[in-house]
Design a protein around this ligand. Structure first.
Ligand SMILES: Cc1ncc(COP(=O)(O)O)c(C=O)c1O
Length: 360
């Protein structure tokens, strides 16, 4: 493993770009399923547009899943919304009990359509408003039986080399052009192109300076999004890049890699879910590990970078929501995305099995 870990080959991390996708069409319906809406700077700013509309109707309370990404709270707090949490079980099923006149946020986790969706959609628009977050289920079939009494938000950055972007199903006028956003968009593009060029020769030696440069640049982009959760402007050229990306083969690749890892690892690890339905495109191969943080660190030493979903906000009570804390403490999302092939999946499986065997 040590000789290998000296080469610059990486599995995971932010999406690089090896070349620019064609910008000759504007059709984003593969992601939005022909539903009309607005493209925004980020998933958070898409949520902002939905909440702004609800606020105008007098809604000021949102009922949130106790298993969620803290970044979502940035928008909610900055708009002065009241919020509380509801339980999510170990199968990622939501159990909301929405106060009358509130909004409910439903997350489709890891590419799977939430099992609570059908029942909630049937009630949406009566005593509560339903906002579905399909950021982790971008390429899955979330639009089946979608009706107009729901809201939906997307954040395509999690599924491909998207410079910036979010979407919600409200046909609105977007913010005016903004120089700071243009600058950040170019920064995100440049960092991804540099990473792409650098990784092209993946057996070459590591250049720490180059890695630090693109990592720091992408961190700055994320910082900008964190600090501007209600800025909605998205440059038209970034939208064209999203439209030009090959999303079709992305789906096939992810499903194939998921099945490969399942074959190699299902006897060795506790998979959070082992089945994916025919129209579900997984975000990752999600496992539950007792020594999650140690294994994550060791995987990173082997240059396999796995995100944690999620470190929970402090106000999610451990006593009230033990399942969410259990998920948060044990879940590791292993990359299976379109950049990788069967050799990469094998490297992941060998590395993880080695750590599980020798990690005590
Ligand atoms: C489920 C989910 N929804 C929404 C968001 C926010 O998306 P964005 O980072 O594009 O604002 C995140 C961020 O990680 C997320 O995990």
């Amino acid at each position: 493993m040590s000789a290998e870990s000296k080469s610059r080959k990486i599995i995971g991390g932010e999406f690089e770009l090896c070349h620019l996708p064609p910008r000759n069409h504007d059709d984003l319906s593969v992601l939005t399923h022909k539903i009309t809406g607005t493209w925004t700077l980020s998933g958070r700013s898409a949520l902002y547009l939905v909440l702004k509309e609800l606020k105008e109707e007098g809604i000021n309370h949102i009922h949130l899943p106790s298993y969620l990404c803290e970044s979502i709270l940035l928008v909610i707090r900055s708009m002065g919304f009241k919020y509380d949490f509801y339980p999510v079980d170990m199968n990622l099923c939501a159990y909301p009990d929405p106060p009358i006149g509130s909004a409910v946020l439903l997350i489709h986790y890891f590419g799977k359509v939430n099992p609570a969706t059908e029942a909630l959609r049937a009630e949406a628009g009566k005593s509560f408003y339903l906002i579905e977050d399909a950021s982790q289920a971008l390429l899955s079939d979330w639009s089946k039986n979608f009706n107009n009494s729901q809201y939906i938000i997307l954040s395509p950055r999690k599924f491909g080399p998207v410079i910036l972007g979010g979407w919600c199903n409200l046909p609105l006028k977007n913010d005016d052009a903004n120089d700071r956003v243009e600058k950040v968009a170019w920064q995100s593009l440049a960092a991804r192109l540099i990473k792409g060029q650098y990784l092209k020769n993946d057996s070459a030696n590591i250049e720490q300076q180059t890695e630090n440069f693109y990592l720091e640049s992408l961190k700055e982009v994320e910082r900008f999004l964190d600090e501007n959760p209600i800025c909605t402007y998205l440059p038209a050229w970034t939208k064209q890049l999203i439209a030009g990306y090959d999303w079709g083969s992305t789906s096939e690749k992810r499903r194939g890699n998921f099945q490969l890892l399942k074959k190699m690892l299902s006897q060795h690890v506790d998979m959070l879910f082992s089945e994916i339905a025919s129209k579900e495109i997984p975000l990752g191969f999600v496992v539950r590990l007792k020594k999650r943080d140690w294994i994550r660190m060791k995987m990173a030493e082997a240059r396999i970078f796995c995100p944690v979903h999620w470190h929970l906000p402090h106000d999610v009570s451990k006593q009230k929501f033990p399942n969410s804390h259990d998920l948060s403490n044990t879940v590791l999302t292993i990359p299976i995305d379109q950049r990788y092939n069967s050799t990469d999946m094998e490297k992941i499986a060998v590395t993880l099995k080695h750590l599980l065997k020798h990690g005590n």
